[in-house]
Each structure stands twice: as C-alpha cells, then as structure tokens.
Design a protein around this ligand. Sequence first.
Ligand code: SF4
Ligand code: ZN
Length: 424
Amino acid sequence: IKIKVTKIDVPVSVASAFEGERVRKDTMFAEFGGNKTECWELVTSGDPAEMEDHKITLIGPDIDDASFADADVVRLPLGIVVTVGGKAMQKDFETVLERRIHYFTNYIDGAMHVGQRNIAWIRLTKEAFEKGFRLKHIGEVLYAKMRSDFEKVVDKCEITIYTKAEDVKRLGEEMVKPIYAERDARMNALTDASVDEFYTCLLCQSFAPSHVCVVTPERLGLCGAVSWLDAKATKELDPLGPNQPIVKGEAVDERLGIWNSVNEVVNAASQGAVERVTLYSILEDPMTSCGCFECICGIMPEANGVIIVNREFSESSPVGMTFGELASMTGGGVQTPGFMGHGRFLIGSKKFMSAEGGLSRIVWMPKELKDDVAERLNKAVFEMTGIENFADMVCDETIATDSEAVLEFLETKNHPALAMDPIM
Ligand code: SF4
Ligand code: ZN
C-alpha cells in the first residue's frame, strides 16, 4: 500500500519560495560544513522488506545540546544518509535523489544548503531555532519530499543523521567515499562520442532563467551534481522534467563542440536568450553559468593559460580576483568569454576547454583542489600529451599567487602552456 505524504511536520514553512534565501553570519545559529566541519550527504537504496518507513534517527548531539550553551555559533560535523526502497527503485536513481537534498533543504524557511556530496554546507538561522527547528526536522523534510516527489520509486524512506565527529569521519571514509568513487568510475567509462544523446538541465532556471546546462558524458553539469547518467535517470523518473534529451546528430565543428541540435535546444530552452553554445571552448560561445558552479576557470593571459578557483577557496587568485568576484562576473546565465563555471570533475576530462588546448592550459589552482583532482588530471594529461605528473607543474597558493612569481614557477617547471599557441 502506498501512503501519500503531503503534510510535513516541522515548526517552520517549507516551500520552493524560500529556495534563494541566504543565511548570513549575523542571523546564523548553526553551521555544518563550509570548511569548518566535515559534512556529507548520501542517498542509497535499501531492501524495502528490511526497512521501516519514516524512521528518522539522529545519532549524536542536536543543535540544542547543553554543550553549546555559550557558543556564538553551533558548529557540528554532519552526515546525512537517506535510505530509500521500492520495487521500481534503481541504483542509477540514487544520485538524482541525492541532488534533490540540495533543493529540499533550501525549501526550509531558515535553512541554506550549498554544494553536494562531501562538500555540502548547511546553515540554519536563529529564527528557525527559536521556532523549535531541530536536526530531526531536516529528516522530516527530506522524508516527506522524497516520498512525495519520487512516489513512483520510493515506497519506504529512512533517514539517519550523524553528528559525532568520529562517526562522520569514519563513515565518510569507509562507506561514503567508495560509493562516490564507484559512481565516478562508471561515468569515466563513457565518452561524448560513444553516446547518441546529450541532455539539457534546466533545474537552475528557477533563479537564472536563461541558463541551460548541456550535460554530456565528458562534461557534467557545472554544479558538479548532474552527470550524464543522472540526467538520463532523471528523464526516466520524470519524463517532463528538467533533463530532456538532445539527439546529437552530426557535429558542425568537432573541435569547438558545435552541434546544430544543441544550439536549437539551448535557444528554445533559454527563450532565445542564448542562440549558440560550444561545448569545448571557453572563448567562443562558451556555455552560460548559473550560480552554483563548483569552480570557475578564467584566462591568465600572461601565463598563456587558465587558472581555476573553487568555491571553498576564499583568498585572491593570480588574476587578482577571489572566487566571489569571479562569480559575480561569470554567473547569472550569461555567456562570458574567457570565464566559465564548471564542476570539479571536469578537471580531468579530455574535453575540458579542449578547443583551446585543454587540461595542459591549467597553470594555477588552490592546493586543496589540486590534490583532490590530481590523480584524474595526471592520468588524462599523460594520455593526451605524454607528460607525467602534470599536477606538479601547476602552481598553487602555497607556492605563489602573484602573477610574476607564478610565471617564474611555471618556467622552472617548463609548464607546457608556455610553449603553446597564444591563448588569445
Ligand atoms: Fe542542472 Fe546545471 Fe543547475 Fe546543475 S548547475 S542543477 S546541471 S542546471
Ligand atoms: Zn546552477
């Protein structure tokens, strides 16, 4: 028997109208992730026969724990596991449901959610706390929305929320990371040439009305949360939803990544705001950027290459701008030649601005990002150019951030970008 879930039992309002709400420092009561604590989220499927629907468990202290009585801000590690079960549930749907955690949490009046996977970042307001909002209510919202929005596949749903540092760390390493890695490996096996269809993603049109992501096997959505497999699964789950197939056909220009089919669909889906996009160029008709890109890539002309800055990095970059400053000129659904929002996973894709020379153009990245992507990046650059350990040639903030010192470093490393055709 399917039970229809409509009412959500929480002390604050829950509606898509609250989606764009930011929680600033002065109104913030509690914070999870955002570089301060570990924070991850996972949707996994379970055997319905062994599940108890609507079971919501908090393991560890809540935000009203006595130990926080004197704290300015409550900071806790957080791990959220959503287990879903149902006859029609498929493993490929997990990531699609997982991405919705971002939207569902943002629907809560008094909550902000940024990022995904193990770079999730959540803030709760003082007002929500005073109204009685507690961590289990995040579970209530996720439960209700998973059941109602995915009623075709979710018959049972359990939520477990972990806030003890040792649990969040251990499960993050032993359970969560291997699942992320397995998903990435499946995706790595696919190429743009090996499929007949790309997909649109229009989810971000709610706040960037002319923005369209074109999701291909080698170019995931710029939020980092929608891979080609996810888009394909979403189309199955929600046939009229945000991911629609683009039947590829012949390329007009393989190098730049121009397809008439893509242009037609983007033009229509952006209501004429964007007439042409290339999939592989940062200079010629680059794809638009909404606001939730994980990284921004921008040209550093004097190095004949590009720098990449990720959202978590708050310092200035060698182009003289922080992530926030770069984001304000790149976002909003407009095309900004020379700048491009993208997902972390794109760093390691052979299609990463391949029209301008690709991955070997990368001259600078924050160290954390560089370490995170090094393995895939090194492998891809080696396969494309024969250069080993490319990540070692890429400068970072622990080496240099000012333009001259970056150039000096690139020269000592004999960075390949210095010998490539002028980028502009
Ligand atoms: Fe979809 Fe792109 Fe928004 Fe990600 S950034 S949710 S892929 S539109
Ligand atoms: Zn977006």
